[in-house]
Design a binder for this molecule. Structure first.
Ligand code: TMP
Length: 202
């Protein structure tokens, strides 16, 4: 199974992806936990692009370059029967770069361009969790981190989340309210994944 966890900064996404990985391992699954941007040199280039506030087109291409390589790695793990959990995937590009590109064009046009770029790479997840949080709360949660990424501004994140919610309808994400405690959110994710596993076993 290819599972993606998405959401704005401060949703607890990375922690929950790790917890979900451990849950599946306890159920006897072999799990490959991964993330975007990756830790390869392409992922480093992506982070540099963010740091230097490159224009949204440049950033979109950087994220896609990193992803194009990453998709090959994900496929290899799926082929040997592992479950893959990916902390951020193409929907991050749609939501974040979609929001950035709105300064240049309409959102539908931006999304259609990004979706076309992704189409030939196309590896479709079996399940996408979208974690939502009040942007202000999310920002407070990550406040203790040493180095703030440039993106982490409330207004921007509000818009990113709105776009995520539009994508949730279009791509049928499981939307999970992450304003609650970690354990509550984890409990809901586990319920949803169990349901998915049951359906697969039928
Ligand atoms: P991280 O905080 O999850 O490591 O992600 C780094 C930042 O990169 C985060 O603010 C979200 C942003 N991002 C995009 O803008 N587009 C993308 O496609 C991805 C994967 C991340």
């Amino acid at each position: 199974m290819f599972i993606v966890v998405e959401g704005i900064d401060g949703t607890g996404k990375s922690t929950l992806a790790r917890m979900l990985g451990n849950y599946l391992r306890d159920r006897g699954c072999r799990v490959f936990l991964t993330e975007e941007p990756t830790d390869s040199w392409l992922g480093k280039a992506v982070r540099q692009g963010i740091e230097e506030e490159k224009n949204p087109f440049t950033q979109a291409f950087l994220f896609f370059a990193d992803r194009a390589e990453h998709v090959n790695l994900i496929k290899k793990h799926l082929e040997i029967g592992e479950d893959v959990i990916c902390d951020r995937y193409v929907y991050s590009t749609y939501a974040y770069q979609g929001a950035q590109l709105e300064t240049q064009m309409s959102l539908p046009r931006a999304l259609s361009w990004l979706e076309k770029l992704y189409e030939p790479i196309g590896l479709k997840p079996d399940m996408v969790f979208l974690l939502t949080v009040e942007p202000e709360r999310g920002l407070r949660r990550i406040g203790s981190r040493e180095k703030k990424e440039k993106f982490e501004r409330e207004e921007f994140l509000k818009r990113v989340q709105e776009i995520y919610l539009l994508l949730a309808k279009k791509y049928d994400f499981a939307v999970v309210d992450s304003n609650r405690s970690l354990n509550e959110v984890y409990g809901e994710i586990v319920k949803l994944i169990d349901k998915q596993l049951e359906e697969k076993e039928k």
